[in-house]
Design a protein around this ligand. Structure first.
Ligand code: SF4
Length: 811
């Protein structure tokens, strides 16, 4: 048992190994202070072997698992037994999902053999023929060749999927390498996690991805306040190696005040917060505006920082050629084009947060520095998500917190993540891309999609719609994309997308919509390596040894693609003479070992299982160099500074086209609040047809849709609708009642959890549930995407699946 640690006692640990600040400079890349335990010190006696493996799903972490094997079967799953309870050497404890890995490996939903949709039956009709691997690979190769010959490579598309995530080999599977060898396929940019913030950040901070903030470890050491803004690490980052641990340590830290901003009293609000503030969904930019108004009124903004590091805050610091009255300060003080002063009372009416709370919170922010505003990805997953994300960045700018210890950029908590040694898929010869969310449009009206209207990149427009689609390790077709009913209509029209193949180890709803289903293995049945991801200032790498032979007639994707490459005469180019273990060894020895001083060899890693390491630069203080010398370390924006007013967005607001514009479909140069379709303002209208804002939170039962069919986890964490007591009372709904949630797009029937843990006017249905549609068209699985919409956001053209209005009634 690891010894108990007191608040900030990790400093003593790090002091012991690192000496003085910067904390990690001296210690990196030192390894744990304790010798690793032998792999098999606990668990079941009399097993044949115990090997290191990992849970590799898209939860943001990755956890080591020790798999005990007897007679060719995994009989026990054990968690990490290395590390201890200190902050930078913490044990990487698997969450309840990874510990249920046996129920994933041996799930009755495992796909046992290749399946072909029965000739003459409709797509999605549920009738299948079992076929041999030769027949299956012949069919795939024939359809792929036909598509390329008939329509060109742009008609081939591998849709987003994240069921095998961040594994060196498994994530790729080799599919893109094959497509690239054959001339390429239509690409996509963005992802379902953070499309809006990932796209808009380059206009604000110049970063082509989101801009990270300081790490939680830095807040623990140097901060006085940590604001988790739409950020719920206790449910979205559940690995003991990740933020579930570091955020709890933050909560235990003397003198570090934690505020959680979320419409739902999340597990993070419950476990971490000194204060919970609940704005209506999609109104964060208005809340920021009200706060900034009060900061200005009390002279608590950092004018010196804004003058030196930012463009667009006030009229004296605008890009050339912009008419007067377009600065953020003018917007806040009511001298901008809308002539509305963004007082706390104005913000209260929109956000639902009382004006006195906004005033007091503004004073807290202005007087309690340094403060790290750590933005999650909930606020940006809205119809106005780009502006929401920029507004939260802007608050950190107004407070002058960028690039200093204990402060932050307003982005998501920082991390050290140097190892991205993916299987090399080569370069895609097709340069045309759509947004991650644009594939249903590309099936329906591909050649109509343009750069200015639909965000097509690399070309002015698409030449052709998607005709051949591959889903690998994902449940996008039936669950994770928006508007499940409309998506199903599009996919079952065989005149549009002519061939769909799904590759997975579980028979998902997406598999049910395929023409060909290929059975993949789980990680336990193949070789791989799994690096950490969002795990703060402790990075790590996990060995994944093949524990058992593939079950039934399944194969690792790599072997499927090898068979396909052979059919195209490309086997040598594809495999380069290596099997999966050979690739794992090759990538590790040629990329990982040189990149990380002290990284064990492949064979040594097989023994120790996990290798932890740290940044030589110490704890993550984002944009530190820019803060120290902004002239020498310019940002990649046109001005080289933080652009609170973006002249690029100003131009785009005039040139981008919104032919079917709805409320909120517009681009603004400032991070202002924009009222949108199905937003808070529409919900509050007296005659609103659908007056409840529905969001979809992450929760413990699943990682997106992965583990969604795991009976143990379903029992432990049942799918229920969170509904406020006030909204339930008005509708005669009691806790535990079956309710119907509905709008014009669909109907879901599920149990209600009537709770004070969600604000009135808002309901939440955990995202990722597998849809179970009855004959009347009602989903009993609880998929929030039955109710979400396909309409994309203005700039990123991304998914805004928290912007939904519904009504709820007793079923
Ligand atoms: S779901 Fe994430 S946190 Fe849970 S065991 Fe798997 S990798 Fe770890």
């Amino acid at each position: 048992m690891a010894p108990e640690i007191s608040r900030r006692s990790w400093l003593k640990w790090s002091g012991a190994v690192a000496g003085a600040t910067p904390l990690l400079t001296a210690c990196a890349p030192k390894q744990p202070t304790r010798e690793p335990l032998p792999i098999a010190t606990d668990g079941m006696a009399g097993v044949d072997k115990t090997v290191w493996s990992a849970c590799v799903v898209n939860c943001g972490s990755r956890c080591p698992l020790r798999l005990q094997v007897k007679d060719g079967a995994v009989v026990r799953v054990l968690p990490d037994n290395t590390g201890d309870d200190s902050l930078l050497n913490r044990q990487i404890r698997a969450c309840v999902r990874g510990r249920n890995m046996r129920q994933r490996i041996y799930n009755p939903d495992r796909i046992k053999t290749p399946l072909k949709r029965r000739e003459g039956t409709p797509r999605g009709g549920g009738q299948w023929d079992e076929i041999s691997w030769d027949e299956a690979l012949d069919l795939f190769a024939e359809k792929l060749k036909h598509t390329i010959d008939t329509y060109g490579n742009e008609a081939v598309f591998k849709v987003y999927g994240s069921g095998v995530w961040n594994a060196h080999l498994g994530t790729s599977g080799g599919w893109m390498k094959l497509f690239n060898l054959l001339g390429g396929s239509l690409g996509y940019y963005g992802n379902y996690s953070y499309s809006q913030i990932g796209t808009i950040t380059r206009f604000h901070y110049g970063n082509p991805d989101e801009q990270i903030s300081n790490s939680f470890e830095d807040s623990i050491e140097n901060g006085r306040m940590l604001v988790l803004w739409g950020n719920n690490p206790q449910e979205t980052r559940m690995s003991g190696g990740g933020l579930v641990f570091t955020s709890l340590e933050a909560a235990k830290t003397d003198g570090l005040r934690i505020v959680v901003i979320d419409p739902r009293y999340s597990e993070s609000a419950s476990l971490l917060a000194d204060e919970w503030i609940a704005p209506r969904p999609g109104t964060d930019a208005a809340l920021v505006a009200g706060i900034v108004h009060h900061l200005l009124a009390n002279d608590l903004h950092d004018q010196a920082f804004l003058d030196r590091y930012c463009v667009g805050f006030d009229e004296d610091h605008m890009p050339p050629g912009i008419p007067a009255g377009n600065s953020y300060r003018s917007y806040i003080e009511g001298s901008g084009p809308d002539k509305v002063e963004k007082t706390p009372d104005w913000a209260a009416a929109i956000t639902g947060v009382p004006a006195d709370v906004i005033r007091r919170f503004a004073l807290d922010l202005g007087r309690t520095k340094p403060v790290n505003i750590s933005q999650g990805w909930g606020p940006q997953r809205h119809a106005n998500g780009e502006n929401q994300a920029r507004a939260i960045y802007t608050l950190a700018n107004v407070l002058g917190q960028v690039g200093i210890p204990g402060g932050g950029t307003g982005g998501r908590e920082g991390y050290y993540w140097p190892l991205t040694s993916w299987f090399d898929d080569g370069k895609n010869p097709v340069k045309t891309q759509i947004s991650n969310f644009g594939w249903t449009d590309a099936i329906e009206r591909g050649p109509e999609m343009t750069a200015l209207r639909d965000g097509v990149r690399g070309a002015d427009r698409l030449k052709v719609g998607i005709k051949f689609m591959l889903e690998y390790g994902g449940n996008m077709l039936a669950s994770q994309h928006a508007d499940n009913n409309r998506t199903r209509e599009i996919l079952t029209d065989e005149t549009k997308c002519e061939f769909i193949c799904v590759v997975d180890n579980q028979f998902t709803g997406s598999a049910a919509l395929a023409d060909l289903v290929l059975p993949d293995t789980t990680t336990a049945e193949r070789w791989d390596l799994a690096p950490s991801e969002y795990t703060g200032d402790m990075a790590y790498l996990i060995m994944c040894e093949k524990a058992i032979d593939p079950l039934f007639d399944s194969r690792p994707a790599y072997e499927m693609v090898t068979g396909l490459a052979k059919r195209f005469g490309l086997e040598k180019e594809f495999t380069e003479g290596r099997d999966l273990e050979g690739w794992a060894r090759h990538i590790h020895e040629t990329k990982n070992v040189p990149a990380v001083p002290g990284m064990p060899s492949f064979d040594e890693l097989k023994k120790v299982g996990v290798h932890r390491y740290h940044s030589p630069d110490g704890l993550t203080v984002a944009l530190k160099e820019f803060r120290e010398d902004p002239e020498a370390n310019k940002l990649d924006t046109p001005s080289g500074k933080i652009e609170i007013f973006s002249s690029e967005l100003w131009e785009m607001s005039k040139t981008w086209e919104f032919p079917d514009a709805e409320r909120g479909d517009k681009i603004t140069a400032l991070p202002e609040h924009v009222a949108t379709w199905e937003g808070a303002e529409e919900a509050l209208e007296a005659d609103a047809k659908y007056p409840i804002q529905l969001i979809g939170h992450h929760f413990k039962q699943r990682t997106h849709s992965t583990y969604g069919n795991n009976a143990n986890l379903q029992e432990a964490h049942p799918q229920v609708l969170w509904l406020s007591q006030m909204d339930a009372q008005r509708r005669g709904i009691a806790d535990g009642d079956q309710v119907e949630i509905f709008n014009d797009r669909g109907r879901v029937q599920i149990e209600a959890r009537v709770t004070p843990r969600i604000m009135p006017g808002v309901a939440s249905l955990p995202q990722g549930a597998w849809m179970r549609m009855d004959a009347a068209g009602v989903d009993h699985g609880g998929s929030v995407n039955v109710l979400s919409r396909l309409h994309p956001t203005p700039v990123a053209k991304g998914n805004c699946q928290h912007t939904n209005l519904v009504e709820i009634k007793k079923a």
